[in-house]
Design a protein around this ligand. Structure first.
Ligand code: ADP
Ligand code: MG
Length: 250
């Protein structure tokens, strides 16, 4: 079993004048290669801060973060940028698509940035966008798409360079229920097929049906970890409805 991500007692404090806000309070988690994990918790519980630190976009006040062989805190700013570009894929609430590039070009951009653009890469971009239901939209500009479609382009962009770790902050926020299930299932399939790892922050607990583990934060702290398929199913509210499809450990 390979550990893809390990955080050790990660603390993030913000100083607001006299007041110290503890956004993340000594959180230690471990995620294995091939694991897709949901990060849940009330608004303000530190989920986005946690993801931003794992992405190397924000430094912890204390504690360390290891991704594969690297410890983020030991890398220079330039090394961290390079590392993020190659090893991490992320999609945040604000999707940041480049407005003057087409859907396909936005996805290919991640390959160009890594010097990995090729015919095979382009085929892969088209395949990924097709799996996400955007086959007819490849040559449109982001402004010609709905919010939900833009969000799916952003998801394709997070996955195109085969990152070791995919981070998604509320990837289904602007999708309708059917589309949300489809997108999260595709997300889970891609992570499992390629033995990558993924963390998805979500408010919609129903989306937890596709994950291997649920990590719940409350007030910046790690509150609860749910690992058994049976408990995850119950948490996702599908216990009765999906019982036939779920394999139980016990
Ligand atoms: P979540 O994503 O779970 O809603 P956040 O990580 O965005 O939570 O925020 C966790 C806590 O940290 C909140 O109390 C929030 O107000 C605070 N916080 C987040 N970013 C900042 C910041 N830049 N400055 C001060 N406080 C912040
Ligand atoms: Mg958030």
């Amino acid at each position: 079993m390979t550990i893809a991500l390990e955080t050790n007692s990660v603390l993030k404090e913000y100083q607001l004048g006299e007041l110290t806000v503890t956004a993340v309070d000594r959180v230690s988690i471990r995620i294995e290669a091939g694991e897709f994990v949901a990060l849940v918790g009330p608004s303000g519980s530190g989920k986005t801060t946690m993801l931003a630190m794992i992405a190397g976009l924000l430094s912890p006040t204390q504690g360390s973060i290891h991704i594969g062989e690297a410890e983020l805190g030991q890398l220079s700013e330039a090394e961290r940028t390079q590392f993020r570009r190659e090893k991490i894929g992320f999609t945040f609430q604000a999707n940041n698509l480049v407005p003057y590039l087409t859907v396909l070009e936005n996805v290919e951009l991640m390959l160009r940035l890594n010097g990995r653009y090729s015919r095979a890469g382009q085929d892969r971009a088209i395949d990924l966008l097709t799996r996400l239901g955007l086959k007819e939209r490849l040559h449109n500009l982001p402004s010609q798409l709905s919010g939900g479609q833009q969000q799916r382009v952003s998801i394709a962009r997070a996955l195109i360079h085969n990152p070791e770790l995919v981070l998604a902050d509320e990837p289904t926020a602007s999708l309708d229920t059917e589309r949300a299930y489809q997108v999260v299932q595709t997300f889970a399939d891609l992570i499992h097929e390629q033995n990558r790892s993924g963390i998805m922050v979500t408010h919609d607990l129903r989306m937890c049906r596709y994950v291997d583990r649920v990590i719940q934060m409350v007030d910046g702290r790690l509150d609860r970890v749910i690992s058994s398929p049976k408990e995850i199913a119950a948490f996702a509210g599908i216990y009765a409805e999906r019982e036939d499809e779920i394999e139980y450990d016990d």
